[in-house]
Design a protein around this ligand. Structure first.
Ligand code: DQA
Length: 152
């Protein structure tokens, strides 16, 4: 088992999942998603370090922390996806594979959601599959880091 966890980083307002616009984001809570991601990582012999912040700078700090401490990053940057060059710069500065995740499909929504600064620096993007997207993102990181159950 690789010693380093996957950082699963969640941005603004994702702490309200479950009650926030359920017709768009579903009724799954962030705690539920943490459980799903943890279980999926375990099936690959991996662990997750799951976090949420409403503050852009804290997300930047966590991406920089991942440089030393994570084998991969799963990032749902929420609305900062569409605005934050600081997040883009931080991702570019660290040599850690990053999968961008969105519960909804931003490309089927308002035009201001059609551009992602994160996508320019991400290894891959998963969107529109609601909470299951996090499980697929864990699969993607496991594949990128060459992890498999039982491998040491
Ligand atoms: C989101 C999509 C963003 O456009 C939005 O600002 C969010 C959630 C998603 O998971 O679908 O906060 O990242």
């Amino acid at each position: 088992m690789t010693a380093k966890p996957i950082f699963v980083l969640n941005g603004p307002t994702l702490n309200l999942l479950g009650t926030r616009e359920p017709e768009i984001y579903g009724t799954t809570t962030l705690d539920d998603i943490q459980g799903m991601a943890t279980a999926r990582a375990k099936s690959h012999g991996l662990t997750v370090d799951f976090r949420q912040s409403n503050r852009e700078g804290e997300l930047v700090d966590w991406i920089i922390e991942a440089r030393e401490k994570a084998c991969g990053i799963i990032l749902n940057a929420g609305a900062y996806t569409h605005t934050s060059i600081a997040l883009y710069d931080a991702i570019k500065a660290v040599n850690v594979p990053l999968i961008e995740v969105h519960l909804s499909n931003p490309y089927a929504r308002e035009p201001f959601r059609h551009h992602s600064h994160v996508s320019h620096a991400a290894k891959g993007v998963i969107c529109g599959l609601r909470a299951q997207g996090y499980e697929f993102a864990v699969d993607a990181i496991a594949s990128l880091v060459g992890s498999q159950k039982g491998k040491s």
